[in-house]
Design a protein around this ligand. Structure first.
Ligand SMILES: [Zn+2]
Length: 418
């Protein structure tokens, strides 16, 4: 599913500030892995390093992973307008303008977005791809091609984002299309169980059940748009956790989970503990949820999942940027510092925790992060996916988002004149 490990020369990165503020050296071995991290490695390993990279005045961070994107919709803001500015407005705008989208123009926009992400410090991205009866496999075909085109700079995972309804007789075509998407190159099963009730006779529970059953058939992981609503009664996350606890044995991610943030502390805690026990990763998506939700309400609620309750329960919580300059979000820079900054402001995270959510925790959601405890933020023995920018500490890096970025992917360096 991912790019192969390239053979690189040994590199010794010296005098870098780590995420915890420690001044460290980092040894990248010939296999492109992080072989050592610590203060004053240069004295011990300097002679064996083929290349020395002086990172004085810079910070070295785990590279970012985007856990939730929609590359097929990137840069559609001027093509597809969202007159109401809310979620349903964006969905209807997409539906009304499908005729403007084809495989070549989707490839062009998605590749542009993926390359922008790679340059900004992402080494992997999980993108959803619309798989609806009116859109067919256009997005899947386009993103499969883009996955190949950008394989030298960024890994792409494709989630088949299934339309609705998926249950009952009315969902038959949609179910067949999901299977065709998986046969056609999609890596994961996705969908929107919370929207099942909008157009069909099914429920959140029955939609979840069918999506998991198809995933099980194909032995593929699952990433569901879950409870993307401010309605506190939406309990898709709790139902998903119950399904997983009942014996679903493939990796599961729940994206958005906004309604959890609107529930009582007790309900949040109960669901968060079930999510942690089920091993479900939750992806918070501040850009779109702050833009799309609570519009026109007074007082205006903050549309974000219950980050603190989930973290306290021990769940893996990642953060992503979701849409990029399209009807769901007119902004976005494809930049992990932007997402981390929003998490500091909207979820009240400390800077180091915000960065961990866009890097290590996101990688974990994609099944990429090492199980071992990181050393100064980096995983020993793991592929050297690193990002370095000029900054005294992680807060300053997030605040400034400096354009001077050096990215290592599997130990192969891009950018920087250092
Ligand atoms: Zn999404």
């Amino acid at each position: 599913m991912f790019g192969t490990l390239l053979i690189v020369q040994t590199q010794l990165l010296t005098s870098a500030t780590a995420i915890d503020g420690t001044l460290v050296d980092v040894l990248i071995g010939a296999a492109g892995t992080v072989d050592a991290v610590g203060p004053e490695l240069a004295a011990d390993n300097g002679r064996s390093a083929v290349e020395r990279v002086d990172l004085s005045g810079r910070i070295v961070l785990p590279a970012a992973t985007e856990p939730h994107a929609h590359l097929d919709k990137a840069f559609l803001a001027e093509v597809v307008a969202n007159p109401t500015g809310d979620l349903i407005g964006a969905i209807e705008a997409m539906r009304a303008n499908r005729h403007l989208l084809n495989t070549p123009n989707t490839v062009e926009r998605a590749e542009r977005a993926a390359r922008l992400m790679a340059g900004n410090g992402y080494t992997a991205v999980r993108t959803h791809a619309d798989v609806t009866v009116d859109h067919g496999l256009t997005s899947i075909e386009a993103l499969v091609e883009v996955r190949e085109r950008v394989a030298d700079v960024i890994d792409i995972e494709i989630v088949a984002l299934c339309g609705w309804p998926i249950t009952g007789d009315r969902g038959a075509d949609q179910r067949a299309l999901l299977r065709a998407a998986l046969d056609g190159g999609a890596d994961l099963v996705g969908g929107c169980p919370h929207l099942e009730t909008v157009a069909g006779d099914g429920t959140i529970a029955s939609a979840t059940e069918i999506l998991l059953a198809i995933a099980d058939d194909y032995r593929r992981p699952v990433d569901l748009h879950t409870d993307e609503t401010l309605d506190p009664a939406a309990d898709g996350l709790a139902r998903l956790a119950a399904h997983v606890a009942a014996g679903f044995d493939l990796p599961v991610t729940a994206s958005h989970c906004v309604s959890l943030g609107q529930q009582s502390e007790r309900d949040q805690q109960r669901t968060a503990e079930a999510v942690a026990a089920a091993g479900i990763s939750v992806v918070a998506l501040p850009h779109t949820n702050l833009f799309l939700q609570g519009r026109g309400r007074s007082p205006m609620p903050r549309a974000l999942t219950a980050v603190e309750a989930l973290r306290t329960a021990g769940a893996n919580v990642a953060a992503g940027a979701d849409n990029l300059q399209d009807p769901f979000n007119p902004l976005g820079r494809a930049c992990p510092f932007e997402t981390a900054g929003l998490m500091i402001l909207a979820a009240h995270l400390r800077p180091a925790d915000a960065w961990t959510m866009v890097s290590t925790n996101s990688s974990r959601a994609l099944g990429r992060a090492g199980a071992a405890t990181p050393v100064h933020g980096l995983h020993l023995g793991a592929p050297a996916d690193l990002l370095s920018v000029p900054a005294a500490n992680v807060r300053e890096a997030i605040a400034g988002g400096p354009p001077d970025r050096i990215v290592w992917r599997n130990g192969v360096r891009r950018g920087g004149e250092t």
